[in-house]
Ligand binder design. Sequence first.
Ligand SMILES: Nc1nc2c(ncn2[C@@H]2O[C@H](COP(=O)(O)OP(=O)(O)OP(=O)(O)O)[C@@H](O)[C@H]2O)c(=O)[nH]1
Ligand SMILES: [Mg+2]
Length: 306
Amino acid sequence: MTYENEVGGRSAMVAIVGRPNVGKSTLLNRFVGRKIAIVSQKPQTTRNRILGVATREDCQLAFLDTPGLMKPRNSLGDFMVRSVQSAMDSVDVCLLVTAAGSEISKADEELMRRFKEGYMPALLAINKIDLLQDKTQLMGQIEKYMQRFDFKAVVPISARSGSGVEALWQELEAYAQPGGFLFPEDTLTDQPEHVIASETVREKVLRLLEQEVPHGVAAVTEQFSERGELLDIRVTVYCEKQSHKGILIGKGGEMLKKIGASARQDLEKFFGCKVNLQLWVKVKEDWRQRPQTLQSLGFNRDDLDE
Ligand SMILES: Nc1nc2c(ncn2[C@@H]2O[C@H](COP(=O)(O)OP(=O)(O)OP(=O)(O)O)[C@@H](O)[C@H]2O)c(=O)[nH]1
Ligand SMILES: [Mg+2]
């Protein structure tokens, strides 16, 4: 089904792919104009594909943000890699994101191989140009990529500042096909509110804790209900070890309080009302290794088999 606007809209689906930590989710949020995907300095922040929709006049672009591609080490990793392929299978064009000044990674090689194999048109976005001292370096980097794959366009950008993002939008618009919009004009994302809540909590865990603890954390919203002007939200944070539970809670509950306060602030901004956020911490040993447990934590295989 398509949704036509008055002038007969055009639309395209775009998959945002690349190695971890290059700024794919930051770029998605920039296009959509709202923070729908969590962002952190730690690789493997995104675990599932996230739809973000941007509609401008007669053109709608629907973006699929994906987990940074890397070698899977457990069932969660398998799930993440499959979600990249599933996103690539359902789009009109792929957007490979890389970071300015970095070499071509194994993940980039693999993705370019898949573009070729699937006859998939692809654009290259070189992100984080704000960090680049010597802009002349870009020419060499662009050449290296173009030698490996015939990108339809290469656009240097800063997803953080927004620089170059307009030019990238223009390039992507070329892939929009007539025939109406894919989603109602006011659609921003397919992320349900309860997922926004649990992901916001996970973002704070990623940002506030070091080393291996955050990567073994999953967050699930147990309650999401309105009480007058107030939202009551209860999120359970699952971790893999008893020792991790101690770290998450912290001395006298300090760490959990910090996570909760920071998440609550973001959620109040997102939902535009007061939020009463309660956090619980539970241990689910080695959940990342167990396909069954993954499902119970919201990593749904059915999502990938559409
Ligand atoms: N300096 C700078 N930093 C950026 C830019 N874009 C993103 N970042 C930072 O890079 C880090 C990773 O950003 P994400 O958007 O989470 O990266 P990602 O590619 O989605 O990462 P995964 O989900 O792990 O694959 C964060 O700390 C961002 O703030 C940019 O244009 N300039
Ligand atoms: Mg991401």
